[in-house]
Ligand binder design. Structure first.
Ligand code: ZN
Length: 275
């Protein structure tokens, strides 16, 4: 705690950083994805890639399907990226916001155990057949419920890239590696996951993220490193988790709350509002 407080003023960005890329599929915007991916590889960064096993989401149909998609996923896996199963079809079936309560749409939350198990196991079977399955899950829309978690555990999954707080933790048998923000925030401790949706990001934002990562290269770790970290529990970690949970749920009701928190944090760190 004392170390965290001291490093807050020495280096407000000293947390560990994981890079996560969502919506990796045959029909993604390949130019945008490869631009970011090659930028990461130039920096020798290993990311976690959310691969959609059987994409039926029309909003991700941005390019003619590439026949060598799974060959490329195997190449990325061999390079050292972590491969996560990003749902099954990436099609939203319910309006249940699940455990995270971030979005009011889900491919899984609210469905029965049988329905969720069937979808998740069908997705896993595709990935196993392609030799790319790893025990990591990335929920489309961050939406999943306790039933999803039970199905994932029963199917042999071990981790999920989602959750509150700034440290990995275990819940219902699954390791949660927190993912809260789409852009880096000043944080002097813990681990943060930066989620990048290359299909929709502007080149300017992608360049800014790459520039930030280049400066902070020593802080970047792979997802597997974070997920394999020995889990320990403590008051500070629990406090972070509960605080971020409260803030995110409050944010859904009153969007100004999180903005106000960031402004205050900026003011504490830099003594002025730098928007
Ligand atoms: Zn997605």
């Amino acid at each position: 705690m004392i170390f965290a407080a001291r490093s807050l003023f020495e280096d407000p960005f000293s947390s560990k950083i994981i890079v996560r890329v969502d919506d990796v599929c045959e029909t993604m915007d390949w130019d945008r994805f490869l631009y970011f991916k090659q930028g990461l590889e130039r920096l020798k960064i290993k990311a976690i890639l959310g691969v959609v096993p059987n994409c039926k989401d029309e909003s991700l149909s941005l390019h003619e399907a590439r026949g060598d998609f799974f060959d490329l996923v195997r190449r990325w896996r061999d390079y050292g990226d972590t491969i996560a199963q990003h749902g099954y079809e990436h099609r939203y079936n319910t309006s249940d916001s699940g455990v995270m309560k971030i979005n009011n749409f889900s491919e899984f939350a609210g469905l029965s155990y049988q329905d969720q198990f069937q979808k998740l196991s069908a997705g896993k079977a595709i990935m196993v057949n392609q030799g790319i399955w790893e025990p990591h899950f990335m929920a489309p829309g961050h939406s999943f419920d306790d039933v999803t978690i039970d199905c994932l555990v029963d199917l042999g999954f071990e981790t999920i890239t989602d959750g509150y707080g700034f440290y990995p933790y275990k819940y219902r048998g699954l390791v949660f590696v927190p993912q809260l923000f789409s852009q880096p925030i000043p944080m002097p401790f813990g681990v943060q996951t930066i989620a990048v949706h290359t299909n929709y990001e502007s080149l300017e934002r992608v360049d800014n993220i790459l520039k930030f990562l280049k400066i902070r290269l020593d802080n970047v770790i792979s997802y597997s490193d974070a997920a394999n970290e020995k889990l320990s529990f403590g008051i500070f970690k629990d406090m972070c988790r509960n605080l971020t949970k409260l803030l995110i749920q409050a944010q859904r009701k009153k969007p100004v709350i999180l903005k106000w928190c960031f402004k205050t944090l900026n003011w504490i760190l830099y003594g002025k509002n730098n928007n």
